[in-house]
Design a protein around this ligand. Structure first.
Ligand code: ARG
Length: 846
């Protein structure tokens, strides 16, 4: 692989020049000298070969635990740079694209000699200079892409600061400025040089044929395909290091799409990088990706010029299908400037929803009649670059003197005059999806229609959201100057909040005034149950709270087995909240991390997607249960390849229909749209086990487990959810998701597309008062007291899914009942899964 020090091309030319601190001019001085030189050279070769092997071992064999950053992945003693230079004295010929042509050899050799002599002349860095190659050419006069590598042993690490981009670049610039004797062609005039740090793993010699591709776009615009190695066989070979050079005609850019992308989740040892250049320099990196992308969120990127390069690295620790990609050329956008017409409309970043290209500036102008104003809402906004802070110095959207960058929830901005100018800037590296925006012209004297309330931001909200205790305007504008209603209290900061939220352990006011003066005093600690204990008793190894919650969040130690402690398989107990499947082994016998192939979503989703339609594979444990002749009736959750969890009330026989008969039920798994079974697995139910204590009047113990007639095959869209341990705590205030095909409104129709809604876990005291005491210890509330977001008829039995810090999803609740749907102060009621955990195990052995 790519680390032998010297590269010998098949035709005897060598273009990868190595090291050489010796003077370039050498003359024969008799046989003895030759012998000595040969011996020295041999020794040198052996040593450098050894160094090469060591470097190779270090770079490719050692499992690096460094961070994601491309550069950091290399050993600290390796410095690599990649860059390009423009040779203005040459005319371009297609021969330069063939690394086996004489032309390629000739010019590559001239450029390497030039760089080699420049670097070798610098006594500070020359001793560490180990590799150099010109790896490609492209048109633009002639652009040569090259890379170089330095290896520094630990004892010489003092030189590392000098091995910086600016130092090496200034050497190269100095030497190219003066006309230099290159040894091949005197008129090799180099006008510009660019250089950037590079990941040494990505550097390849041009004649190394292993997994190297040079692809040219079809001038007719037809797509050209390529794949990762072994893609057609279903999995790629181990330890591949592939490079795909993509070319288009001058004046065109490359539109590159990956219809299938499935590699390892962790980018450290396995990743795809896309460069806006034929050199693997960090400065030209468009994006670096790993993981698995759903068809609904494909990776699509654009180059800024007529070349691009894709690299694929895998360290061979795992086997995945890989990727399939296609590209075609599109005319380069001449200018990105638009006057937006009419009184409303949409606009997006260039090529949206593909990644916007690097190096582009766009301007949109909206002109309203005098006296009118402009409102712009960004529904999707993602201009994310690693390590970029709020200063927005790289890619940004600028309007009304304010810069926006990063990833944002939908937001609205309004003009204070009749003109809006939106600027978009993308710099040379790291691009993203961009944005999608809506604009409309409005009259500032009447900013909102239909009696809606106008926030200061210009946003319009339904009038009943004013003074309801919720920050609907996002700037609290709708909660100012309110007269608190009878069921509200006034916070110290004057906001009105529902009385139900007082002393619920959630900082609703924002200044904690709703949590002041509640049961526990200053030097007391509050148990999960609300009981108060002296602060010093917290984590003292003794259970002071009746529910032991004072000893639960301490560093995990073995404790007496109380109800609240986590019980390991060896029956020892540990004090740690939510110890199961959190990625840390807490039990001596490892049992807390043993059954953890659950709660994963193989597909990568954009974190912010508008709307409530679920994406493909977003809730892979969601099941649709159909009853013969009646279609979808209930939801359920996958907990293993044979078992589902559901609600007991779905299986209660009526006078007319015997819903308890398993043979009449069918489970649709991997489904998103009702009726579209192309991706679904369909199973008959062989057994329905409802909870023995289920009470049809109170809905207490509303749980059931279902056995499938044959096991499921897990896939990107079919996965089990993790079951929480009996001791698992889902904190009040935590955001979770309820999903299902239930009705969209109280008396409405069932949904076709799986719906998702974010709901918050509601504190038990609040839950109890909101339901006038109807909740039992087997139930919990989730939703919003303002109403508007809830599960509804047909969602029953389905999951309330919560993600824990480990990234794993847990089944927190089962949709059970509610008073109507989404009504004010009437949250949804769910079966509490931790309390029926033991029962599930008893029935299913899971
Ligand atoms: N019992 C309903 C069903 O059978 C579920 C009701 C959930 N209601 C609510 N407001 N969260 O589908």
């Amino acid at each position: 692989m790519g680390s032998t020090v010297k590269y010998e091309a098949g035709n005897g030319h060598h273009e990868g020049v190595s090291f050489l601190n010796s003077s370039p001019s050498s003359k024969r001085r008799g046989k003895r000298k030759v012998v000595i030189i040969v011996i020295v050279l041999l020794l040198f070769l052996i040593l450098t070969a050894l160094g090469g092997i060591l470097a190779w071992l270090f770079l490719f064999k050692s499992k690096s635990n460094s961070t994601q950053a491309v550069r950091n992945a290399a050993a600290p003693s390796v410095r690599a740079f990649s860059g390009s230079c423009t040779i203005s004295s040459l005319d371009y010929s297609a021969d330069y694209e063939n690394s086996r042509s004489d032309q390629f050899y000739l010019i590559a050799n001239a450029v390497t000699r030039m760089i080699n002599s420049t670097i070798s002349a610098d006594s500070t860095i020359a001793p560490f200079f180990t590799q150099l190659a010109v790896n490609a050419f492209s048109e633009g006069s002639v652009i040569a892409y090259f890379w170089m590598r330095f290896d520094v042993s630990e004892s010489n690490s003092a030189v590392l600061p000098s091995l910086s981009k600016s130092y090496v670049l200034s050497l190269l610039q100095k030497s190219t400025r003066k006309p230099k004797q290159t040894g091949v062609s005197e008129d090799l005039r180099i006008t510009t040089v660019a250089l950037s740090p590079a990941d040494p793993r990505l550097l390849r010699f041009p004649k190394d044929e292993n997994c190297m591709f040079d692809l040219t776009a079809d001038p007719s615009g037809k797509k050209v395909n390529f794949t990762s190695p072994g893609f057609s066989k279903g999995a790629y070979a181990r330890n591949e290091q592939c490079q795909y050079i993509l070319r288009a005609q001058k004046g065109y850019v490359i539109y590159l799409n990956f219809p299938i992308f499935h590699i390892e989740d962790n980018c450290t040892g396995e990743f795809v990088t896309i460069f806006d250049s034929l050199s693997a320099s960090d400065d030209d990196l468009i994006t670096m990706k790993c993981g698995n992308r759903p068809p609904s969120n494909p990776l699509t990127v654009l180059s800024s010029g007529h070349v691009a390069m894709v690299s694929f690295i895998n360290d061979g620790t795992s086997v995945y299908p890989g990727f399939s990609a296609e590209f075609h050329q599109v005319l380069k956008m001449k200018e990105c400037k638009l006057v937006l017409p009419g009184s409303e409309g949409n606009f997006t970043s260039p090529y949206y929803p593909a990644f916007y290209p690097p190096n582009i500036d766009c301007v949109w102008t909206i002109q309203a009649p005098p006296g009118m104003r402009i409102r712009i809402t960004f529904n999707m906004f993602r201009l994310l670059e690693p390590d970029v802070k709020d200063d927005c110095l790289k890619d940004y959207v600028e309007l009304f003197g304010q810069r926006y960058c990063g990833e944002k929830l939908p937001f609205t901005v309004t003009s204070d005059g009749p003109t809006a100018v939106v600027n978009f800037h993308s710099d040379e590296s790291q691009t993203d999806k961009g944005f999608e925006a809506e604009y409309s012209i409005y009259d500032p004297r009447k900013p909102c229609t239909d009696g809606q309330f106008a926030c200061a931001s210009g946003r319009c909200i339904p009038p009943d959201l004013k003074c309801d205790g919720w920050n609907d305007c996002e700037d609290l504008d709708d909660e100012q100057n309110c007269v608190c209603a009878a069921d509200q209290f006034r916070c110290d900061n004057n906001l009105c909040k529902s009385l139900l939220w007082k002393c619920d352990h959630v900082n609703d006011c924002g200044d904690y005034s709703d949590e002041k003066g509640c049961q526990c005093e200053a030097k007391q600690w509050e148990c999960n149950s609300g009981q108060c204990i002296p602060t010093e008793k917290y984590c003292n190894g003794v259970n002071d709270c009746a529910d032991s919650s004072d000893e639960l969040s301490c560093n995990s130690t073995t404790v007496p087995c109380t109800n609240a402690a986590y019980v390991c398989e060896n029956n020892k107990c540990i004090s740690k909240v939510n110890a199961e499947c959190d990625g840390v082994t807490d039990c001596e016998d490892n049992s807390d991390e043993r059954y953890c192939s659950c709660g994963n979503r193989p597909y990568k989703h954009n974190r912010i997607v508008g709307g409530t339609d679920a994406d493909v594979g977003e809730w892979p444990w969601q099941v649709s249960l159909h009853y013969q002749g009646e279609g979808h009736l209930c939801g359920a959750s996958i907990i293993s390849d044979r078992w589902l969890v559901c609600a007991s009330h779905c299986f209660q026989p009526t006078d007319r229909v015997d819903y308890s008969r398993p043979d009449k039920w069918t489970a649709y798994v991997g489904l998103r749209v009702q009726g579209d079974t192309s991706t679904a697995q369909i199973r008959k139910i062989s057994k329905v086990i409802t909870h023995e204590y289920y009470n049809g009047d109170t809905f207490d113990y509303d749980a059931a487990v279902l056995e499938l007639s044959s096991p499921l095959t897990f896939s990107n869209t079919i996965q089990p959810i993790c079951l929480p341990a009996t001791s698992h705590i889902f904190q009040a205030g935590k955001s979770c998701y309820v999903t299902g095909w239930g009705t969209l409104t109280e008396r409405g129709q069932l949904a076709q597309v799986l719906q998702k809604a974010e709901v918050k876990i509601i504190n038990d005291t609040v839950c109890n008062s909101a339901t006038s005491g109807q909740v039992t210890p087997r139930m919990m509330c989730s939703g919003y007291l303002t109403g508007g977001v809830d599960a509804c008829q047909g969602d029953s039995g389905g999951p309330l899914s919560c993600m824990e810090d480990s990234g794993k999803w847990f089944l927190c609740g089962i949709v059970s009942w509610g008073e109507g749907c989404a009504r004010r102060n009437k949250p949804g009621i769910y079966t509490r899964v931790p309390v029926i955990r033991k029962w599930i195990k008893e029935k299913t052995r899971i």
